[in-house]
Write a protein that binds this ligand. Structure first.
Ligand code: SF4
Ligand code: SF4
Length: 247
């Protein structure tokens, strides 16, 4: 995919329309090099009704960032099928309701900046120019803002922003390569959520940190809350930051 991008504002018209009638239907789900965020994995493994360890083993590959040592998780594409996403079918995406955030936003990409003073997040969007995509140039009558709103992406953005905060902390507090037990802890809490749950509720992982009872109760009832607790644990366990008792 050509990754040339143009900045767009929420009020710009989005001249793009994706349809199964387009000759490129499903092409964007092939020749993939797609990163998965912790929240993408939470949604996908639940869609497939399998645990996170099985999902990671079966559908993803992992490499370490050469500078940071942080795990980078991608779909494991099938070379025999043109490096297609494991979930693309003739009729489209088989995990559509829980597709990753980047699939939802395409042809847009999102970046954020965070104020050092207030922590306030500002969103930035860009249009990804994929020459193989026939959806461009089609009048949709929609603004960029309408497209974003229609993709049910708010919770993905919120969780991805929490993850970005952790990566920024890591790069500030522990520059250089994360290796050994710290790297394993990062992978456990961010990506292998079912194993993290077991460590929290069966093996007393949280005994070491002053997390609130309320946060633990919420984490027992909701996987999104469990992932938030995982992020808080990483912040405390690896970076020594104060724990938010109700993340
Ligand atoms: S390549 Fe573009 S128009 Fe074609 S299916 Fe994918 S997003 Fe839709
Ligand atoms: S998850 Fe669905 S939309 Fe995303 S690349 Fe795979 S098949 Fe395409």
């Amino acid at each position: 995919m050509n990754d040339e991008m143009t900045a767009v504002s929420p009020e710009d018209e989005l001249t793009f329309d994706c349809s199964p009638a387009n000759s490129c239907f499903n092409d964007c789900c092939r020749d993939l090099n797609q990163f998965l965020t912790p929240y993408d994995i939470l949604r996908l493994k639940n869609n497939l009704e399998i645990n996170s360890s099985d999902f990671l083993r079966k559908y993803t590959s992992m490499h370490k960032g050469p500078e940071t040592g942080l795990p980078v998780i991608c779909f494991k594409p099938d070379p025999a099928a043109g490096y297609a996403c494991p979930f693309v079918t003739e009729n489209g995406c088989s995990v559509y309701a829980d597709r990753p955030g980047s699939c939802r936003l395409f042809p847009l990409a999102r970046a954020i900046s965070r104020s050092r003073e207030t922590g306030k997040i500002t969103e930035h969007y860009a249009l990804i120019h994929d020459p193989g995509c026939k959806g461009f140039g089609k009048t949709s009558g929609r603004r960029v803002r309408d497209w974003i709103d229609s993709q049910d992406v708010r919770i993905y953005n919120e969780m991805n922003d929490r993850m970005m905060e952790i990566i920024t902390l890591k790069n500030t507090i522990m520059p250089g390569k994360l290796e050994g037990p710290p790297a394993e802890a990062f992978y456990l809490a961010c990506y292998d959520l079912d194993s993290f749950r077991k460590e929290v509720f069966e093996n007393g992982l949280m005994k070491e940190i002053p997390s609130g009872r309320q946060a633990l109760e919420k984490a027992g009832e909701s996987e999104t809350e469990l992932l938030k607790l995982g992020f808080e644990w990483i912040k405390y366990h690896l970076f020594g930051t104060k724990v938010n008792p109700t993340p």
